[in-house]
Design a protein around this ligand. Sequence first.
Ligand code: BJW
Ligand code: ZN
Length: 272
Amino acid sequence: MAKRKISDYAGFKKILDESKNVAVLTGAGVSAESGIPVFRGAGGFWRTHRSQDLATPQAFAANPAIVWEFYHYRRNIAFNATPNNAHKALAEYEKKCKDQGRQFTIITQNVDGLHQKAGSKNVIELHGALHKVKCTNSKCKLIDENYDNPICEAFRGRGDPAEEDYNLPFIDKKDLPTCKKCHHLVRPYIVWFGENLDIDIMIAAREAIDTCDICLVIGTSSVVYPAAMFAPEVAEKGKPVAEFNLNEEPASEMFAFHFPGPCGTTLPKAMG
Ligand code: BJW
Ligand code: ZN
C-alpha cells in the first residue's frame, strides 16, 4: 500500500474536485465543536452510566425512565446546538457539486440533525434521529416526529449529568412519552446496539459507498458496525479515503489521507 499522506491539503483537494461521486461518512467528532458530547473516551459518560450502555434495548426494557431521561438530556443539547464550520463546509461543498452535476452524499452515524441544519440535503441517517420517536406497541410501531422539549412534563428540569439518579424523584412508566395514535409507550427512534439498521437506509448507504470515487471519513472512531466497514471497503478497492480526526484510530492506517486536528478547522481548509 502507498504511504499515507498526512495533511496533504493540495493533493487531496485536486482529487476531491475531480471526483464525480463523493461519499462522506461522519461520526460524533463532527458535532463535538457544536457542544455535542462524543461516545467514547472521557465524553462518553452521563452521570455514572456509559452512553453506550444506555443505548441498548436491554437498558430500555430494564429502566425506560432512565434511558428516556438520558435522551431528554441529549435532545435538549441537540435542539439548541448550531452547526459548526465542519457542517457548513460540507453543506457548501454539496451545493458546489450540485451545480456541477456531481453526486455528494453524507452518511451520518449522528442523530443530532446538524448536517440538515447546516443546509445539507442528501443525508442518510444510519442510526436514527433524536427528534423522532417510535411506538413500542408491535401492532402500531408508528414513527413520529417530536420536537417537544421537554418531551413530557416528567422531564421538566431533569437530565442534569451532574445529578445522582437516586437523588431524583422516581418517574413512573405511565408518565413517560406516549404514542399519539395508540397511547402506548414510545421510545427514541434510535438504532441501539444489537438492533438492525433500517433496510432502506442500508441500501441507500451501500449504493453511496459502492459507487463513490472518493470517501471522506470525519470524526468517527470507526469501531461500530456496519458503518465501520464502509471506508475500509472503499480503500480496499484502491479508491482514495481521507480521514479527518483529532486522533489516529484503529482503521487510520488503511486510508490514503489523514488530516489530524479539529475538523472545524481542517475540513474548511481541505474543501474550501
Ligand atoms: C474529532 C473531534 C473533532 C472528536 N474533530 N474528530 C461486526 C463485528 C463486531 C460487532 C458487530 C458487527 N456487526 C454488528 C456488531 C455489533 C455492534 C458493533 O458494531 N459493536 C462494536 C462496538 C464492536 N453493532 C450493532 O449492534 C449495530 N447493529 C447491527 O449491526 O445489527 C446487526 C448485528 C447485530 C449484532 C451482531 C451482529 C450483527 C447497531 C449499531 C448502533 C450504534 N448505535 C449508537 C447509539 C445510537 C445513537 C445515539 O444514541 O446517539 O450510535 S452507538 C454510538 O457509536 C452511536 C454512534 O453513532 C456510534 C459511532 O460512534 P462515533 O460516531 O464513531 O463516535 P465516537 O465517540 O466513538 O468517536 C468520536 C471520534 O471523533 C473519535 O475518533 C475522536 O477522535 C473524534 N473527534 N472531536 C475531529 N473536533
Ligand atoms: Zn402507537
